[in-house]
Design a protein around this ligand. Structure first.
Ligand code: 3PG
Length: 332
């Protein structure tokens, strides 16, 4: 039997502006997995093993339909594992014992980071753990697009086409690797990635988004949703793509300027948009039959392998944080 002692930051305790020490029996530590879109059962078992081996308790809240269920479940949790679940200030306010939240995945735009910091909660992600799954789905969408959504009419092949990868992170690199297997010519733009990393992967670097879109038959989006990227994929940029252009979005819907995408689809009947994140303008885009497709629910990371990788990495990061104080993947 052991104890875990935790000191809250001064900002956490609003009534007494002083830090407070909590001491919890390790066996009373509760790790909540709250996933509106659940992990594969095999991944949950892997997470359970990690958590129980450390002597903590696992709580599971899957497929919840109401935020109230999350607010109730979080009340006595010391740690939280989530996916795209929205963790806002209200959730942090309800989470009186929370010390760490781990987003089992790459993008953490669903966590209110300033609020996490104000509540003394460490936020982490698990970069790279689900990226192959997302990349495979991106290539699947590309095949679906060039084969005319499998409508029986003669389509075309990916081989020999130029693929533009917008952001060369973990998913972008996996997309490049698989696309090369298809015989595609792969180019990439990433303002934060050195040319050498692309060249080492046999990918040709380009030095502006405009150049990428001008040169690509297909663009695959892998930029995160940030203040800088929101609505940055607009009419002017997309309209520079050549005839028969295809845009594949397995990143975030927020990066698209949707009214301008609708205008582009209306003006260019050669343009196709395929996405794994249903746009707010889904109803409007549906009028472009045969040129627009969205998965009904984000499916990119929805494989047993990705769930195991990301879920178990999240559990290990939590155990490591509590036992050694390791904050390697901290994002706040
Ligand atoms: C991510 O950011 O890791 C991906 O978008 C996957 O999100 P998901 O876990 O909600 O499927």
């Amino acid at each position: 039997m052991g104890y875990y002692t935790y000191r809250t930051p001064d900002s956490y305790n609003k009534t007494t502006p002083k830090s407070v020490f909590y001491t919890t029996l390790v066996e009373n530590m509760k790790i909540l997995v709250a996933t509106e879109k659940p992990f594969a059962a095999v991944a949950v078992e892997g997470i359970r093993k990690e958590i129980e081996a450390a002597g903590y308790q696992l709580r599971l809240l899957e497929k919840y339909t109401d935020k109230k269920q999350l607010l109730d479940a979080i009340a006595d949790a010391d740690a939280l594992i989530i996916r795209s679940d929205v963790i806002d200030n209200e959730v942090f306010e309800a989470a009186k014992r929370l010390k760490i939240v781990v987003r089992a995945g790459a993008g953490y735009d669903n966590i209110d980071l300033p609020s996490a910091t104000a509540h003394g909660v460490v936020a982490m992600n698990t970069p790279g753990q689900n990226s192959n799954a997302v990349a495979e789905l991106a290539l699947g969408l590309m095949v679906f697009a060039v084969r005319n959504f499998y409508n029986g009419k003669s389509g075309s092949e990916l081989k020999g086409k130029t693929l533009g990868i917008h952001a060369f992170g973990n998913v972008g690199r996996n997309v490049a690797r698989i696309a090369q297997g298809f015989g595609m010519n792969v180019i990439a733009y990433d303002a934060y990635c050195p040319d050498e990393a692309m060249i080492a992967a046999n990918v040709q670097p380009v030095h502006s988004a405009e150049e990428l879109y001008q040169k690509s038959n297909i663009v695959s989006l892998h930029i995160p949703a940030t203040a800088e990227t929101k609505e940055s994929i607009n009419f002017k940029l997309l309209n520079q793509m050549p005839q028969g252009a295809i845009l594949v979005n397995t990143a975030r819907k927020e990066v698209i300027n949707e009214p301008e995408l609708v205008k582009l689809m209306r003006e260019r009947d050669d343009f196709k948009y395929l996405t794994d994140i249903m746009p707010a303008a889904d109803e409007q885009l549906k009028q472009f039959e045969g040129r627009y497709f969205s998965t009904p629910k984000k499916m990119g990371a929805q494989t047993a392998e990705a769930n195991i990788n990301a879920g178990i990495a999240a559990a290990k990061q939590i155990v490591d944080f509590f036992t050694t104080g390791n904050t390697r993947f901290k994002v706040n």
